[in-house]
Design a protein around this ligand. Structure first.
Ligand code: IPM
Ligand code: MG
Length: 387
């Protein structure tokens, strides 16, 4: 078959797949209401590298804070093993079927980092993160960055299932000289993330929502994102809005005066990926930030750093910093209706890692273990309750 015909066939299959996704989005209207569930099931997925070690510490803290709820049978934990790079390569799947089945039996997931095979690994397996976001339709990636001393209080609403990620592992070479990747935006997918950002702003007393695109160049998909933003903004007359292109936005985040003005930022997938690493760096690096992936039926909370296989090879996994996954655990608590417990945990984390610092993680044997930091955090929560 001629190469153009072959490419048309492949492109046609991609369009069919995306049209089905659009239909599915149109059918999924309502958000799950945790308060009506007889039992909330929390899945603990350790992942690769340092993942199991740090995730088990975050689980200990969750079990401590939810002790009564577990006793009453209101909350249940389920440890899900097997989301490892070895199993994924053996199954040639981003998430092996049995693991995915177990995940789908839960309501919310706490997930450690997973190793993403790169092009040089010679297996074209999608990242487990990206696959989970797609499988569970976790369309809103919420990433807060707070530095009170510098007046920074940002919440990023990164679109999580579309843009360059939708078909990121489905691009193709037309011949040796020509390669294509694709970027996708749907009206439903764009509306739901922008609406989620405005709803968050409205419910949390935020005054401004900022949209970031590159709509001057990526005219069709980013154009849809920006136009949809302007339309939805009309439904929220009390909230101020502005829009920026991604290049100048990355620069403005460094400008100490200008950056204080940003509050809620909504943006397509790839720009959100990049800018949330930049933003987290001001707060102390990606290891300090938690990340929530929210859908209508499921939600997944994760550390935003990698799996650090070298630490495991060198026997240092027990010294890994569990802060990011503990922040993620706090976001999980708040998401399922335990906002007070989440606040207690955030406060203890701030005390333990920013002010008091009685236990310090260095990543090596001269520092504390993740378990010691978790103990210190739980002690601090008890201490604060006594005051
Ligand atoms: C993130 C990560 C992931 C992404 C990787 C690990 C696939 O960088 O969560 O930001 O690109 O989304
Ligand atoms: Mg990233």
């Amino acid at each position: 078959m001629d190469k153009i015909e072959q490419a048309k066939e492949k492109f046609g299959a991609l369009i069919e797949e995306q049209l089905k996704r659009v239909e599915k989005m149109k059918a999924d209207k309502d958000f799950i209401d945790y308060s009506t569930l007889p039992v909330i099931k929390i899945g603990i997925v350790g992942g690769d590298g340092i993942g199991p070690s740090i995730t088990s510490q975050a689980q200990r803290i969750l079990e401590f804070l939810l002790k009564d709820e577990v006793e009453k049978g209101r909350v249940e934990f389920k440890v899900i093993n097997g989301l490892t790079i070895e199993n994924r390569i053996a199954a040639l799947k981003a998430i092996p079927d049995d693991v995915l089945d177990e995940i789908k039996q839960c309501h919310v997931i706490l997930k450690g980092p997973t190793t993403t095979p790169s092009a040089s690994d010679k297996v074209n397996i999608e990242s487990a993160n990206v696959a989970m976001r797609k499988e569970l339709d976790l369309f809103a990636n919420v990433r807060p960055v707070r530095i009170p001393d510098e007046g920074i209080d940002w919440t990023f609403y990164r679109e999580n299932t579309e843009g360059s990620y939708t078909l990121g592992s489905k691009g193709f070479n037309i011949d040796d000289d020509l390669s294509f990747d694709f970027t996708v935006a749907t009206t439903d997918g764009t509306e739901r993330i922008i609406r989620a950002a405005f709803e968050y702003a409205k419910n949390n007393g935020k005054k401004r929502v900022t949209c970031v695109t590159k709509a001057n160049i990526i005219k069709t998909t980013d154009g849809k994102f920006l136009n949809t933003f302007k339309e939805i903004a009309k439904e929220y007359p009390d909230i101020e809005t502005d829009d920026w292109y991604i290049d100048i936005m990355t620069a403005k985040l460094i400008d100490p005066k200008r950056r204080k003005g940003f509050q809620v930022v909504v943006l397509p997938n790839l720009y959100g990926d990049i800018i949330t690493d930049e933003a987290a760096e001001f707060q102390g690096g990606v290891g300090t930030a938690g990340s929530a992936n929210i859908g209508k039926r499921y939600a997944m909370f994760e550390a935003i750093h990698g799996s650090a296989p070298r630490m495991v090879d060198e026997g240092r996994d027990k010294y890994a910093d569990p802060c990011s996954i503990i922040r993620a655990a706090s976001m999980l608590l708040s998401h399922i209706g335990y906002a007070e417990k989440s606040k207690k945990l955030d406060k203890a984390l701030d005390i333990c890692t920013q002010t008091e610092k009685k236990v310090v993680i260095t990543g090596k044997s001269d520092g504390a273990t993740s378990a010691e930091l978790a103990d210190y955090i739980m002690e601090t929560i008890k201490e604060n309750e006594r005051i």
